[in-house]
Design a protein around this ligand. Structure first.
Ligand SMILES: [Zn+2]
Length: 284
């Protein structure tokens, strides 16, 4: 697919176009020298990205099934985690894909809504799983203020052109005391390691991923918007269909969990996906 590209300044601080960090094919990830944010520059325009997402998710039935299997553990862990805070309520899942997380939460008694960009995924979620889902992006839907008890986004933040605007919208539509749960990859430490050994790879998944948040960076961003009581965890691992990737995921997932628990939550293994949970602080 041909992408129409645009040159940008740092999506977090706006202060720099960034310095080259890693090249992946014709795409480049740069690091902002001012705030250290890592982002794709130049990047596809919004229209280009919208077209790209119409073919991003797999279509065949077997692929949808393996996607469900891949995400199952992560979804179950997140559902249990959310339910350790509240038994039920109104939940919005942004970038919900085929809607499997919504279906899981609906089964657990939650009132669920989804937002998704891919029309094929929207059709599947509506027709097969019977969940309510709106075509994104979130910022254009104008949900009422203080409306949801929980907002979730699994592997979404790295796809968002303007993460601050997106997180502010999540904040606005959450009830005071409401929870935001995000699941995100953290790829740069592994890229750095492979680069050191001269191993070529396309782990950034470009141009789908527009940025690569470190745990510190995402925490700082959320705190700046007004979220508090941050809890960061490993939160399980995905199970890709490819055997090699699956074994790597299980090993690194379990190893990072072990480090996390043995260090009493202090060590967040670099380079593996993480789950972050924050609350919309109640204003007095
Ligand atoms: Zn910056």
């Amino acid at each position: 697919m041909d992408f129409e590209m645009e040159e940008i300044t740092c999506p977090l601080c706006g202060g720099s176009r960034g310095k080259l960090l890693h090249q992946e094919g014709s795409f480049q990830m740069v690091r902002c020298p001012l705030c250290q944010f890592i982002f794709l520059n130049p990047r596809p325009t919004s229209d280009s990205l919208f077209r790209f997402y119409q073919t991003y998710l797999p279509e065949e039935e077997t692929s949808v099934e393996s996607w469900e299997k891949m995400m199952k553990t992560v979804f179950r862990r997140a559902a249990n985690l959310l339910q350790s805070y509240r038994r039920d309520g109104r939940l919005l899942d942004v970038g919900t894909g085929f809607g499997f997380f919504l279906a899981e939460m609906k089964k657990r008694g939650w009132d669920v809504t989804g937002v998704e960009i891919s029309q094929k995924a929207i059709d599947y979620a509506r027709d097969v799983l019977g969940v309510t889902i709106y075509p994104g992006p979130l910022e254009k839907l104008g949900f009422p203020e203080s409306h949801f008890d929980v907002v979730t986004g699994f592997y979404v933040i790295e796809h968002i052109p303007n993460p601050v605007v997106f997180l502010k919208e999540c904040y606005r539509i959450l009830k005071p005391g409401g929870l935001l749960l995000l699941r995100y990859p953290h790829t740069t430490p592994i890229k750095n390691l492979l680069h050191f050994f001269g191993i070529k790879n396309c782990l950034y998944d470009l141009p789908a991923h527009l940025s690569d948040f470190t745990p510190k960076m995402i925490q700082r961003c959320l705190a700046g918007i007004g979220f508090g009581r941050c809890r960061h965890l490993i939160g399980g691992y995905t199970l890709p269909r490819d055997l090699g990737k699956r074994v790597t995921s299980i090993l690194s997932g379990n190893l990072s969990e072990a480090f996390y628990y043995l260090s009493l939550g202090k060590i967040l293994f670099p380079g593996v996906s993480k789950t972050i949970l924050v609350f919309k602080e109640e204003r007095i």
